[in-house]
Design a protein around this ligand. Structure first.
Ligand code: EPU
Length: 420
């Protein structure tokens, strides 16, 4: 296992380039299961999670190639196994995204239940209830969901109590080949769902309502293989913007979509940072004191839960300011708090709220990464901290940040990756 050693307190300057979005790449890769032929996916980030889902597809019999330039090809002509094993699913919950496409094309699938995770219980009951409405018979046994389509997969009206991102994606992928019309109400509007809708439309699917909370899918009898691109990662973008806010400096983040970060950019401006938006770039400059802002995580276009830990690190650095950070999406997403305290933060957790009192800065210490975004918040704190911070268990970061240490070094950070 590797650790990151960060010598903090150095402002960051220069340019950084954003990779493809993890949470868009995963459903796009899963969607290749829907049609035979050779699919090409571009801008696929080089991450542990994209490698895991590739291995999952290979375990079904698909042929996957990945090149260093982010081009992935998938040929799903010869699918011989329809079981997603516990060994793969336990390392990545998003493996559940294969359920919809396998049922749509082959009428059956056996997928391990994901189990608990570091940020909350995260059930998949919405996915399963919606599939049942579409005519899927489910049995839960030995930790697996055995799913079989009774006759033909049928379009159905679906309502999500909470707009679930992977739930919406799974049902979209099931509905495109179902008989009849599926209407998904209270669908997730995250840009990653829109990226999947675009790919499915290019494959020949009939979907209306992209980027809205009402998706209408008229099933078609077959889809074709396509050439698609993964959108830039808005969470990676946000993480680097916040890092510059914390460490200070002047950085231009390239190859990103400023319009995918409305809530974060608003908060960063309110926090006193200068933000200049281009079409595909964002310049961030810190040239004054940080101000505290309150944050509530919400489904898109609200403030993303995947940036909650990172903005908390920034708020912990104000000069005595008070910020209330309320997490509404996941019930246990404050694992970073105890580690930020080790770096000198003053944060009190009360249920789903964290009350953050700025201490003016951090001091380096040894800390431990607990989940992907919690780890990113520790990197941000470490970049700003006086002295040296050692972050252990960085395999979490490798799940979602492509070449994190290299990108940070390119803007002047002192970051080394070494064995623990
Ligand atoms: N929920 C249920 N039942 C379900 C599905 C969801 O109760 O069947 C609840 C969840 O427990 C949560 C809420 O609904 O309280 C929303 O969860 P959602 O289903 O939207 O989350 P997800 O699809 O499992 C994706 C991202 C997460 C991101 C969330 C929220 C992917 C692969 N994962 O998860 O990303 O935090 O949406 O935006 O797209 C990350 O990248 O670090 C990450 C955790």
């Amino acid at each position: 296992m590797d650790k990151l050693v960060i010598e903090g307190g150095r402002p960051l300057f220069g340019e950084i380039s954003i990779s493809g979005a993890k949470n868009a790449a995963l459903p796009l890769i899963a969607a290749t299961l829907l049609a035979p032929g050779l699919h090409t996916l571009r801008n696929v980030p080089n991450l542990r999670d994209t490698r895991t889902i590739s291995r999952l597809l290979e375990s079904f019999g698909a042929c996957v190639t990945s090149a260093a330039d982010g081009v992935m090809t998938v040929n799903a002509d010869n699918i011989t196994n329809l079981e997603a094993s516990y060994e793969l699913v336990k390392t990545m919950r998003a493996s559940v995204l294969v359920l919809g496409p396998l049922l749509a094309r082959f009428g059956r699938a056996r997928v391990s239940l994901p189990g608990g995770c570091a940020i909350g219980a995260r059930p998949i009951d919405f996915h399963l209830q919606a599939l049942q409405k579409m005519g899927v018979r489910l049995e839960l046994a030995a930790g697996y969901v055995d799913a079989v389509v009774d006759g033909t997969l049928q379009g159905a009206p679906i309502f999500f109590d909470i707009p679930s991102v992977t739930g919406t994606e799974n049902i979209l992928m099931a509905a495109v080949l179902a008989k009849g019309t599926t209407i998904i109400k209270n669908a997730a509007r995250e840009p990653e769902v829109g990226n999947l809708v675009e790919m499915l439309q290019a494959m020949g699917a009939d979907i209306e309502g992209k980027d809205s909370d009402l998706l209408t899918v008229r099933g078609v009898s077959r889809l074709k293989a396509v050439d698609s691109s993964v959108i830039p990662d808005r969470i990676e973008t946000g993480t680097y913007l916040i890092a510059v806010g914390a460490a200070g400096g002047d950085v231009t983040v390239n190859n990103c979509r400023p319009n995918h970060l409305p809530s974060l950019l608003h908060k960063l401006r309110s926090a006193g940072l200068t933000i200049e938006e281009g079409d595909t770039s964002i310049r961030v400059v810190r040239n004054g004191p940080l101000k505290s802002v309150d944050v509530q995580t919400r489904p898109y276009p609200g403030f993303p839960t995947d940036l909650q830990a990172q903005i908390m690190a920034l708020m912990a650095m104000t000069d005595g300011g008070l910020s209330v950070i309320h997490e509404t999406i996941f019930e246990n997403r404050f694992m970073h708090v105890a580690e930020l305290l080790r770096l000198g933060a003053n944060i009190r957790v009360d249920g789903r709220s964290a009350i953050v009192k700025g201490t003016g800065g951090f001091t380096g210490a040894k800390v431990m990464a607990t989940d992907l975004r919690a780890s990113a918040s520790l990197v941000i704190a470490a970049l700003a901290a006086k002295g040296v911070t050692e972050i252990s268990r960085i395999y979490h970061l490798e799940r979602g940040y492509d070449n994190l240490a290299g990108k940070l070094r390119a803007i002047g950070a002192r970051v080394q990756q070494m064995p623990e």
